[in-house]
Design a protein around this ligand. Sequence first.
Ligand code: ATP
Ligand code: MG
Length: 363
Amino acid sequence: MEKEKIILTGDRPTGKLHIGHYVGSLRRRVELQDSGLYKKIFIFEADGQALTDNIDNPEKVRQNVIEVALDYLAVGIDPAKSTIFIQSQIPELCELTFYYMDLVTVSRLQRNPTVKTEIQMRNFETSIPVGFFTYPISQAADITAFKATTVPVGEDQEPMLEQAREIVRRFNHIYGETLVEPEILLPDNAACLRLPGTDGKAKMSKSLGNCIYLSDTADEVEKKVKSMYTDPTHIKVSDPGKLEGNTVFTYLDAFCKPEHFERYLPDYPNLDELKAHYTRGGLGDMKVKKFLAAIMQEELGPIRERRKEFAKDIPAIYEMLKKGCETAREAAAQTLDEVRRAMKINYFDDAALIEEQAKRFAE
Ligand code: ATP
Ligand code: MG
């Protein structure tokens, strides 16, 4: 059977990638990439989108483009199987955005709950950059330019996907079947939908500084886990502890596998028993944190090592990105041609049009 499905997903180069990205999206991407079930896979760095709220800090974006590329390679994204590219190098995306803008109303954009939260987080108040406000439209261009069927992302991206689907439906309704409606692919583990920060805040986010980065040293990981937010009412070891909102347990839900108990905590058969003991009382935070730290080191150690290896040849990474941009640009240009044709703005490549007009004026 011919493979039909196309993946597109990406990240903003606003910082190094963290374990929220890892469990929410990166880990899954590598599995999907290696499954061989997809016709094409596009992974991109949304530097244009990163600039919408960092317009006065272009150096930050520039520095992080290479950091994110290193993170990709370190987790196992393989340029031989996945096209890695940079958004700003594909001007076709801007053109698509320009046309899609007419298919979306201002009030529709104002209802986007993720954008609303992000505006608050950034204290924009009434000075919201238009580019930031409209980034869901540009994201629809990113997705549709590559005819993506499948977009593996975290839960915060749900409203963006809904917006993209609406644009596709509206476009196809007006101009005829042209664009492909994408589907979101969320993590199947609830703890991974939106990994909280080490401070217990709702989302680990580069912009909030509550992250464990994939590139953190073993010492940094150890320190961050040891100072993580747990249950503030769990003071003495004998106190009963709460699991809800307890970041250490959320991370265990995201990372812990049965074999970790054999290796690092053989007193307990599984996570349910560990949770039960904590809830009952008699289990201290430090013991649970030590267990989590051991798991994190096991998972992050190989990534950190691979990252160091790739960092030895930075020019090769730029070369890889450049090739990725070329491949991506071809795909986007193809879609843009189809869009222009559907929208009847392909004046010069349509011999029939010229003939028709000539005839009309000859009459
Ligand atoms: P910024 O603060 O600059 O927006 P970010 O940390 O939110 O950065 P993005 O580049 O916006 O990261 O998101 C990249 C991808 O990672 C998206 O698919 C998003 O859903 C996912 N993601 C980001 N943070 C988390 C998280 N804490 N848990 C699960 N998935 C996440
Ligand atoms: Mg974000």
